[in-house]
Design a protein around this ligand. Structure first.
Ligand SMILES: Cc1ncc(COP(=O)(O)O)c(C=O)c1O
Length: 400
């Protein structure tokens, strides 16, 4: 068995979370005694089907949706792709014909939205990106202007994975609705919001949001289960053809153990939300006061953000070098979104916020979790101060 040679303090909960022990306990029987296929017409199958439908109720209830609005997928990336590549596919209205269809996304979306939209562009779609202000927020005036072009699909994230910045999705969707009918299907990526801030699909739906994505592994559930929550009026094109599972939208034998874990994690996400948010706000405030004293810039400061997330930079201290040094000192933080951390390009999120390229290259992210303790933050601050001071001295000397 490969084990960690040492266990750094984990500050990368926006990349993924550990599976909560209660979630694991709920999942275990579905690997051993309850291993049936939910499509089978015998007792094993019925047990699996009952577990699948219970999880659907738990997931729906956590986000204020109806169980029939839940489509299980393998991950948030798949759910986002399912919407972007298939929403309104049967539409044959005014926008069809000679004029290219338009897809609108936020400039700071996760790469799975950005790259799915780029694929659409490769197929002849027009891709419009909503700019953000210096705080990372989308301006309603830009949404209104985009809506006048009568786009077919929208995807605007609820909370950003790098900065934690929260968009006022209900009001942005209402802005689209106010422009008039035929302004397209509106989706929000709520992957980073689950368990951190309340999510109410019913209220969002009333404002004009038609679909929403959540993912288990960002909220103490397992990898391999997520959901697209969708308004039943939304016609979606099947992405995986086969036996017709999940209303025919994505066939394949359901990953029952992971879905059971997702259901259990969703229950915890709701019951633990207030306590998590309160504790993490206190820790983050302490962290950011010290960061300010040390001369760091905190991105998205002063705008609504997820309570657990702090994205910061020390001018002239390279973010990836900082992450590497802190890893060796016993702290696991991120230099950007996990999916792009192998690349050394500066964060597209920060560039969209108008952060200069040189400062964006210095960015590092701390994302806290349920088990993060005040003493861990204090230990981190000491290590950070020492490391950042050494690195900035080194940078100053090499410039001489
Ligand atoms: C905002 C956001 N959307 C989508 C995803 C993709 O979710 P998954 O890892 O479940 O595919 C992530 C993962 O980092 C994310 O942070």
């Amino acid at each position: 068995m490969v084990s960690l040679s040492f266990a750094p303090i984990y500050f990368d909960y926006n990349a993924t979370t550990p599976v909560d022990e209660r979630v694991l306990e709920a999942m275990l029987p579905y690997f051993s005694t309850r291993y049936g296929n939910a499509s089978s017409r015998h007792e094993y199958g019925r047990v699996a089907l009952a577990a699948l439908e219970k999880a659907r109720e738990q997931v729906a209830s956590a986000v204020g949706a109806h169980p029939t609005e839940v489509i299980f997928t393998s991950g948030g990336s798949e759910a986002n792709n399912l919407f972007l590549k298939g929403a309104g596919a049967s539409f044959r209205g005014a926008a069809a014909g000679n004029k290219a269809e338009t897809v609108v996304i936020g400039a700071t979306e996760h790469l799975c939205v950005l790259n799915a939209a780029r694929q659409l562009r490769g197929q002849g779609w027009r891709l419009a990106q909503l700019p953000v202000d210096g705080g990372g927020r989308i301006r309603p005036a830009d949404v209104e202007a985009a809506a006048r072009e009568k786009p077919r699909r929208w995807s605007v994230m609820l909370a950003n994975n790098e900065t934690g910045v929260i968009q006022d999705i209900a009001s942005l969707a209402a802005t689209v609705q106010a422009v008039g009918p035929d302004c397209g299907w509106f989706h929000t990526d709520a992957v980073q919001a689950l368990g951190k801030i309340p999510i109410n699909f019913r209220a969002l739906n009333a404002a004009g949001v038609h679909a929403l994505t959540i993912s288990a592994h960002k909220a103490y559930g397992p990898k391999g289960a997520a959901a697209l929550i969708m308004d039943k009026r939304l016609d979606l094109m099947t992405q995986i053809a086969g036996g017709g599972q999940e209303r025919g939208l994505r066939s394949g034998t359901e990953n029952i153990a992971a879905i059971v874990g997702f259901g259990a994690a969703c229950e915890l996400a709701v019951s633990r939300l207030k306590a998590r948010a309160k504790a993490q706000t206190v820790l983050r405030t302490r962290l950011e006061i010290r960061l300010g004293e040390m001369g760091a810039t905190v991105f998205g400061m002063g705008v609504p953000r997820l309570p657990n997330t702090c994205f910061f930079a020390f001018p002239s201290v390279d973010g990836e070098t900082l992450v590497g040094k802190l890893d060796r000192s016993g702290f696991a933080i991120a230099s950007g979104s996990a999916c792009s951390s192998a690349k050394s390009a500066p964060s597209h999120v920060l560039l969209a916020m108008g952060v200069p390229d040189e400062l964006a290259r210095c960015a590092a992210r701390v994302s806290m979790g349920e088990k993060t303790k005040p003493a861990e933050i204090e230990g981190f601050l000491l290590a950070l101060q020492e490391t950042a001071t050494k690195l900035s001295r080194f940078a100053a000397n090499t410039r001489l």
